[in-house]
Each structure stands twice: as C-alpha cells, then as structure tokens.
Write a protein that binds this ligand. Structure first.
Ligand code: GRF
Length: 228
C-alpha cells in the first residue's frame, strides 16, 4: 500500500484510497453528479469532523454543501461551530425522546425537510436504529477512530492503547444495524509513538479523520450515481 505524506501536517500516515489530489488524472472523477450534494450531519461533541466537512465543501474539495447539522447535546462544540460557520443547526436532545426509534424518527423528519441527499454521523455518540438507516439506504456514513474491524464501540483509542498496537487509525464506513460494522469506504493508519497518551493519539487520528471523511462522502455519492 502506498504511503502518503501531506505536506500540510507532516504527520506520517497511510491512507487508502488515496486522496484525489494525489491522483491528478482522477481528481474530477470524485465530484458527485449531479451536484451539489446536500449533506446532513449529526454530531454530539466537539464537531471537528463537522467543520472539516464544511471546509472541504467551501474549499471546493467536495462538491457538496452542508444543509443541516443536528446535535443531541445543547451547547456542544459542534453547535457552536455551526453558529460561527453559518450552518443551520437543530437540537434533538435524546433525553426528550422516550426511545431510540422516536429520536431517529425526529432526525429523519428534519433531514427530509432539509432535502438532504446523504447523512454523515460525525461523532454521533448514540446507537442508531433501522428507522434512520432505512431512510438513507447506502447513504449514511460514519467515522470511527480505529482501523475497523478492530476496536469497535466506545473509546476505540483507549482500546488501541490498552492492546499495545503500533498502528492505529480511523475508518469511514457505511452504517449498518451492527455497530461499527458497515461497508468500509476509506481508512487511514497512523503510528502509535513512544510516549503517546490518549490525547496525543486522538489528535493524530483526528487529523486523518478530517481528511478521509470528505473523501468517503464523495465516494458514497459517486457509488450512488453508478448503475446497479
Ligand atoms: C471522532 O474521533 C470520531 O471518530 C468519533 O467521535 C469523534 C468526534 O470528534 N466517532 P469531533 O466531534 O468530530 O471533533
């Protein structure tokens, strides 16, 4: 597998598929047709992946626009970023919904009202149900901070550190009913360095998440446009 080093961060990593700017001849092939794609994003926390998606759209690296952010934690970092970036944001607090299905029904209604084509779970810390998955078949993308199928579930970075692996990473994948198990779209691997702690390894992994998530969205859109 070819190694790829981004001069902007100088962090060693391996990513597959390669980012399109490495493949000049193919670069235009990543643009979804017809565009621009309307994205819905779901976030629970800091929202750095949400902002990476917005920036990828605004910088022209992803032919899409973020039409709506949904958060489940009032005042979370993602909501604050949406205000700063001028992206519509709705709060669907899971504490106000008696079941996962009812929360997901509310999410589907919001995304359908916003006419989104594809939904990205960018740090959504809730298990989703067939209600949401079925509403966006093959168009619900998640980002997870491990090289799946290793370290599914909560605290994947802590699991990787506890296991003593020397390579960690992140995976963008389609969402299936089994948690962190849907079809893999893009992965990036990073080294675990001597002296790494949870925070330093998380930072290194997230730098790659911000790179692969827009690519995973583009790939998903491209595959939707392909004949069966
Ligand atoms: C990311 O590490 C993602 O992989 C995981 O939750 C984290 C969200 O970070 N699912 P952020 O809110 O995008 O900064």
């Amino acid at each position: 597998m070819p190694a790829f080093a981004d001069p902007s961060d100088q962090e060693p990593c391996v990513q597959w598929p390669l980012p399109p700017d490495c493949l000049e001849a193919q670069a235009t092939a990543w643009a979804p047709e017809p565009g621009p794609l309307r994205l819905g994003v779901m976030a629970s926390g800091a929202g750095s992946n949400f902002e990476a998606l917005v920036q990828a759209c605004r910088q022209g690296n992803l032919q899409a626009e973020v039409a709506l952010l949904v958060v489940n934690n009032s005042g979370c970092g993602a909501q604050q970023r949406a205000e700063r970036l001028g992206i519509p944001c709705q709060l669907h607090d899971h504490r106000h919904h008696p079941s996962r299905e009812q929360l997901d029904r509310a999410l589907v209604a919001s995304f359908q009202a916003a006419a989104v084509d594809l939904v990205v779970m960018a740090g959504w810390m809730r298990v989703v149900t067939p209600t949401l998955i079925g509403a966006f078949p093959d168009r619900l993308v998640n980002i997870h901070p491990s090289l799946l199928p290793s370290f599914r579930g909560l605290d994947a970075v802590g699991q990787a550190l506890a296991a003593g692996v020397t390579l960690a990473g992140c995976t963008a994948h389609l969402v299936s009913e089994e948690v962190d198990a849907g079809r893999i779209l893009v992965q990036a691997a990073v080294p675990v360095l001597a002296g790494d702690d949870h925070a330093s390894l998380t930072r290194r992994i997230q730098m790659q998440e911000h790179r692969i998530l827009p690519l995973a969205v583009a790939l998903t859109a491209q595959q939707l446009g392909e004949p069966d």
